[in-house]
Ligand binder design. Sequence first.
Ligand code: XUL
Length: 532
Amino acid sequence: MSSPLFLGLDSSTQSLKATAVDAELNVVFELALNFEKDLPQFNTTAGVHHGEDGLTVTSPTLLWVAAMDLLLGRMKEAGFEFGRVKAISGSGQQHGSVYWKKGASGILRNLAPAESLESQLADAFAIADSPIWMDSSTSAQCKALEEKLGGPQAVADLTGSRAYERFTGNQIAKVAVEKKEGYENTERISLVSSFVACLFTGAYAGIDYSDGAGMNLMDIRSKTWAPVAVEATAPGLADKLGEVVPSHADVGGIHNYHVERYGFDPSCRVIACSGDNPCSLAGLGLRRAGEIAISLGTSDTVFAALSEPKPSASEGHIFANPIDPDGYMALVCYKNGSMTREDIRNRAADGSWEKFDAAMASTPKGNEGRIGFYRKEPEITPPILSTGENRFDAHDAAVDSFPPEAEIRAVVEGQFLSMRLHGGNIGIEAQQILATGGASANKAILQVIADVFGVEVYTAARPNSASLGAAYRALHGWRCVDEGKFVSFAEIMESAPSFILAASPDMEAHEVYNSMLKRYAALEVKVMAAAK
Ligand code: XUL
């Protein structure tokens, strides 16, 4: 008998990734595909379609469906032994929504192994384009929800966050009005995460309570839908949401489609899928106080586990913790992450990371007092929906441009000053930082993080903590099923690889950033006022 494997899949903004681990948490297989390059027929830019209003952002739901067969097919060609997989779980970009058409449950149930998922599900969606986390077009719906529920703090106290444009409830509210027929013809709404589970079980899978917290619809303490929020959002919504399930729940067995087509064992279980940030928290095994994670992907996020939720109406989110049923996680999210760094790299370093790094090395820490704000996309933290750039010299005077090297340092320093400021505002205080995501491979960026926060920065051997976390959660959920009780996640993590020290703080530079932080906070207020 060959040893068991646990498979995690991460359906993110730009790609679909698979990571398989064995029972000792060794990574035995990894593969990824890129939506723009590998599925060009969907005509996306970096996996998404931007609307003409500059605020609407969607992805074709069928792209994610086609990606699943493409990836599993490539895994089969690469000799991946599906028959050894005991359990699968998934990770999904948070907040995105999928609208299953009336009758789609029957299509899912009857999936035939000889036909592709794409051809069989071509007519399964009532809305063809899924709104995703990058969308900022629902300010009116956010305002309406906050008015109905008694203001931003009331919404935050109930759901863990004030009303945010990208949060799924507000997206659903817009769909229900602007695509009324499609909404009425919807039998079930999935998040990207629970949608991945549906593709494996061939049935509607529950939304897990960690990703469910990113909807402005769930009571963050009871972890059930909050009727007052659901009713305020859209007519008939309660019937379309299904149950909220624990993140370690077994949501069903693998569908025969995958057994016949890829060679999965019929006894393989599907564990509830969750959001990418919650899965990253699992992949990093965050649990100690003061241990925080910075994820540098399409979005940049900073997050930490916490035991008591203190939802803020000004910034950040409280989600349920995916690995501790009694715990929570706090998170701050930025839309101007990797793509904004890449944009500055293209404009100030001829598109070369080598030149970008050389610019970081040739400029003094603190950038001689220069501070910049860069919004290639409307920003979430702080909420500024207009794009643009603002630059200030050492005397806080607005300037039109920086020398190219200073521009590069300014985008990086600004991002982490902002994380320290806004993370600190919601109680994310670092004693040690775990960095993950694509840009965590960049030493110059990690050094800025260490210096701004004044603490050591560690990285894992692999930067894909979301798909890895989904694989760990598959093992965790399977162990819970096997033992018939909740098994602590710490037990699962006993054999997890240790982290590598990647950057130590330069305390002189840290002092420079301490005084810059005060200026940054004051300038941010100015930038926000000017943008209104
Ligand atoms: C988190 C968020 C983003 C997406 C990216 O609230 O909106 O980090 O999860 O996939």
